[in-house]
Structure formats: structure tokens, C-alpha cells
Write a protein that binds this ligand. Sequence first.
Ligand SMILES: O=c1ccn([C@@H]2O[C@H](COP(=O)(O)O)[C@@H](O)[C@H]2O)c(=O)[nH]1
Length: 272
Amino acid sequence: MNKAALFEQIQKKQSFLCVGLDTDLSKIPSHLLVLDDPIFEFNKQIIDATADLAVAYKPNIAFYEALGAKGWESLKKTLDYIPQEIFTIADAKRGDIGNTSGLYAKAFFEQMDFDSITVAPYMGVDSVKPFLAFEDKWVILLALTSNEGSADFQLIESKYGKPLFQEVLEKSLDWGNTDNMMYVVGATRGEKIGEVRAIVPDHFFLVPGVGAQGGSLEEVAKYGMNASCGLLVNSSRGIIYASKGQDFASAARQEAQKLQEEMKDLLTRYCH
Ligand SMILES: O=c1ccn([C@@H]2O[C@H](COP(=O)(O)O)[C@@H](O)[C@H]2O)c(=O)[nH]1
């Protein structure tokens, strides 16, 4: 899926919502635990309940690989269940020397048919380029993350007098293009989103941190939206764990719908 097709989905659904599938056996409703694959059953019901409201799904790979082979199986079944027109993100935060990155890319783009993968920029261009060699696939590069510890490195001043996240953005600009690179920018850094947008005016951002982490959707849109929307805003726990009961899927839908309604309004106000 390219940038134009993604924007088309956003316009059609009046939504830039990414539902995070951070599915944890200790948090899902207990009535599912007797089933053969509770993780997949939970995801399936969440997808059924939210697919008309979401333009992307983001399974965080840690939640699946922590369960070993069975977790990978649940992940693959989940990925295959997501409707074709919905953008998929492997939140895996990979990146290594070139030949190893190439194999990570094969794992997520060939063994599994994800549209995109999150990649850490720390090891530089040769650790990122192997992911970009895959046609119609995206790299989502960590730029300014939502956690408190992001200040430890991402906000320190480089020898050129700029914060490190700014160096990452500027340096990586010509590694890919607006049809195969996005950036992770945390919603908890509302005041900085405008700074990031000024450096990369046309790229999409994946924005985690609304919901459970308390980031403001209004601020994200105000400072980060561009003429093609340019935003995929993720919420994981705030949607998928809205209820621990039999009604978990309808409760998830309600939370997703609240965000979608706000997004519809924000698109009218800021997407031009
Ligand atoms: O900067 C980042 C990068 C990734 N994440 C991931 O996004 C989700 C957020 O989950 P919530 O439950 O909505 O807080 C999770 O998978 C993180 O690992 C992030 O939060 N911040």
C-alpha cells in the first residue's frame, strides 16, 4: 500500500486510527482461556468489532514472541485475518548489521506479509536499507518515542547543536521516500510534534501514546497533521482492554468509536 492508498482509506473511514494488538494472556477475559488459541480468538473478535473504524492494526511482536512457537502461530493467524485494505504494522523495533537486518525483513515481509515494520535507527543507514529493499513495504523509523527515557538520548544535543532526534530525521530523509518511510513520534511529546513536522513535512507519522499513556489527540492533530493527514494514531490498552468481561469486543468498539469520531472532526479542521 502506498501513501495515496493509505490516505484514501483515511478519507473513506474518516479515521486515522491504528488499533494496537498488544494481546496479553494475563489481561484477556478469562472465558477465552479455555480455547485452543485464546490470543487469536481475542484478536479476531477485536478486529471484527473495530475493522470499520481502523485504518491500521499494530501487533506488538513482544506479546507474541514471549509465548514461543504458539505465539508466532497466533500472530500469523491474526495477520492473515486482518482485512486486505487495512495497513499492518509489525511493531518489532528491529535493526542490525546489514545481512541480519535483511533476514529480519524476510521474516516480517515474506514469512509474514506485514506492510511495515518499526526499525531502530541507532545502527545507521546500513541497518535500515535492507528493509527498504522490499517493494511496497514500509520502514517506520523510531524518531521521538513516547516513553520518559526518550530524553536520555533522543533529546540530547549533538555536536551540531541539535537534538539527536533531529539528526535522525535529517540524516534519514534520503534513505527512503514518503511511500516507504514513516517515523514514530510519541503523542506524549505534543509540544515537539510541530518541530518534527517542520523537518519532515510530507511523511506519515506513527503516533503511539494516546489512551493509556495520556497523550493528547487534539495536540497531535494540531501540530502533526498535513494535507494527506500524515498520521496513524495508535491506541492499544485503551481500546483492547476496555472491558475484561464477555462484552470486551463491544467495549473495545465503543472506545475505538470515540477516537474515530474525534478524528473525523480533526480531519475537517486540520487536514488541508
Ligand atoms: O514510542 C513508542 C513506540 C512504540 N510504542 C508502542 O505502542 C504501543 C502503545 O500502547 P498503549 O497501550 O496504547 O500505551 C505499545 O505497543 C508500545 O510498545 C510506544 O508506546 N511508544
